[in-house]
Write a new protein. Sequence first.
Length: 149
Amino acid sequence: MICAASTRFTAPLSRSAAVSRRCVRKAVVRPVAIAFPTDSEEVTDLLKGKSSELQDKASEIVSWAKAKWEASDNKPGIVATGSAALFGLYLTSGVISTIDRLPLMHTVFELLGLSVTAWFAYRWFFVAGEKEAITSQVSRITKDIGLDL
């Protein structure tokens, strides 16, 4: 009705515009609800369990961060390093998005990513001993930065 009422007060349209408007008026969207048979108590229990797991993990992370913060002697240095890292991330994002807007650079980046992925997959799957070497390098790096994986 709104579309039909608005056509009365507009200027005359060309034939193709009138046909396309008529087609748009006839289009109807009908939402369909799909019901899945579930036990509401089962879903509620599952959500409560997942929620409590998430809350426990979040409180564990916060307590770990507080303990590390309290144990630190160089708090201004930590804040400065974090701020510099965020600023560097912002600058890097800006530079990459600017380069990505240049003609052909988007394609070059995609080809570079595909070639690096193919090279890594080739090394991982087909070169004997590389899987162990890469795994040992990753574990050494994670130990150097203090991650326990």
